[in-house]
Design a binder for this molecule. Structure first.
Ligand SMILES: Nc1ncnc2c1ncn2[C@@H]1O[C@H](COP(=O)(O)OP(=O)(O)OP(=O)(O)O)[C@@H](O)[C@H]1O
Ligand SMILES: [Mg+2]
Length: 392
């Protein structure tokens, strides 16, 4: 066995820098998004040039993998460099609301960037917002906050907290404007939310991203491959195939995942190049509909509940399964994975979280009023099962 390990570790790889294939890696240049980046800068020009005088709210919407997060992060990077060069106190903070889980934890995460010692338990959300403003006042700093995947919190809690954050500056007219916002949401979710009158302030400055076309995806993949792989390790045909496959959705995230998996498979096959066959193989492993990171970000207990739902759906071949049956499978899984069994209320909480993540749908039986029914959205139970088994 030792030999095998040593051999595997020593085997050369086509991938020069695996970190670059990580979806979180921010490329040096965002291709085909110059107009949108320029638009964002234009919206923030008054804040950059006259910090304290104005505040701004901009929303970036678009389907999965269209560069929403990347554009905001790139903007944040530019702001940091600019502020240092010009010695101005304009700062940038990027928070993912889905990962933070609630508005309270989102605001806490932001405030902790300025004071890491704020305890969790002692404050209410509006108290933390005030604390954040006080911290900014003390430092005489101005802040651009990106609330990424904001739709998750609005779906769960409504838009009150967003209202508090935007109104904050309106109320204190003689005070300096300390906080500006970039909110990011999936297009479909955002349209549903637009009716809400408290969101009217967000309706004005919208940057709407459209899916990438095949040529744009080819450029994005080529650029990433050049950075991540040795020489011309990825064949032009493989890049063509990736852009062809992913152009149906125009999703750069899917394209980069395919590139990474194809590279790993080519390594596994000890090939000297990444070839179309490796892409085809990778395509059977990567599922554009299920975002790997959404499943990775779940707690183990939430993953087990999701797995129990998938297993029960598979074994019954029904569209909906009952909560009672899911609980039975869940208990067996807890035993298998040596995890404590959660209380009913807790299980309901996990299920609700899965619903907010758009992984499952919950409804109540018309025939039997008390009965809770669970189903999977879009994704096949088999894929969910496979994805979670890989994680556990
Ligand atoms: N224009 C681009 N040029 C280079 N790389 C890009 C570009 N757009 C997106 N990417 C890369 O594609 C991946 C997905 O992009 P990003 O995370 O910004 O998508 P998103 O719109 O935020 O998706 P989601 O809705 O799933 O959060 C990232 O790794 C990002 O670096
Ligand atoms: Mg994103």
């Amino acid at each position: 066995m030792d030999d095998l390990l040593e051999k595997e570790l020593k085997r050369p790889s086509l991938i020069k820098n695996p970190r670059i294939l990580d979806l979180k890696y921010l490329p040096k240049k965002l291709l085909h998004r110059e107009d949108e980046q320029r638009m964002l800068i234009k919206y923030f020009k008054p804040i950059i040039e006259n910090s304290g005088k104005y505040s701004q709210n901009v929303t970036i919407v678009g389907p999965v993998g269209t560069g929403k997060t990347a554009i905001a992060l790139k903007f944040g990077e530019m702001i940091k460099v600019y502020s240092t060069q010009k010695s101005i106190n304009l700062e940038y903070v990027h928070v993912n609301c889905r990962r933070a889980r609630s508005s309270f934890l989102t605001i806490l995460e932001i405030a902790r960037k300025f004071n890491p010692n704020i305890p969790v338990k002692e404050f209410k959300p509006d108290e933390i917002i005030n604390m954040l403003v006080n911290l900014l006042n003390q430092r005489n700093s101005f802040l651009i906050i990106t609330l990424d995947e904001i739709d998750f919190i609005i779906q769960k809690e409504g838009s009150d907290f967003l209202y508090d954050l935007t109104r904050l500056t309106d109320d204190e007219l003689d005070e300096k404007e300390r906080i500006s916002l970039i909110t990011i949401a999936r297009e479909s979710e955002f349209r549903k939310l637009l009716d809400d009158s408290t969101l009217s302030t967000l309706r004005q400055n919208i940057i709407s991203l459209v899916p990438y076309n095949e040529d744009q995806l080819r450029d994005i993949v080529k650029d990433r491959a050049n950075e991540a792989f040795y020489g011309d390790a990825v064949s032009a045909e493989a890049i063509d195939l990736i852009s062809d496959i992913t152009s149906k959705k125009g999703d750069a995230r899917f394209a980069i995942e395919l590139l990474e998996r194809a590279g790993m498979y080519a390594d596994h096959k000890q090939s000297l190049k990444v070839l179309p066959e490796h892409v085809r193989h990778a395509n059977t492993l990567v599922h554009p509909i299920i975002r790997q990171e959404i499943v990775t970000d779940l707690t183990k207990k939430q993953q087990i509940i999701l797995l129990a739902t998938a297993k029960q759906l598979l074994s019954t071949n029904k569209a909906y399964v009952t909560l009672a049956d899911v609980k039975t499978v869940y208990k067996e899984l807890c035993k298998d994975y040596k995890l404590p069994i959660s209380e009913h209320a807790q299980i309901l909480e996990y299920l609700q979280h899965l619903e907010y993540c758009n992984l499952i749908a919950i409804k109540y039986s018309k025939k039997k009023k008390q009965q809770t029914l669970i189903s999977l959205l879009d994704v096949s139970a088999e894929i969910i099962k496979k994805t979670i088994m890989e994680q556990l």
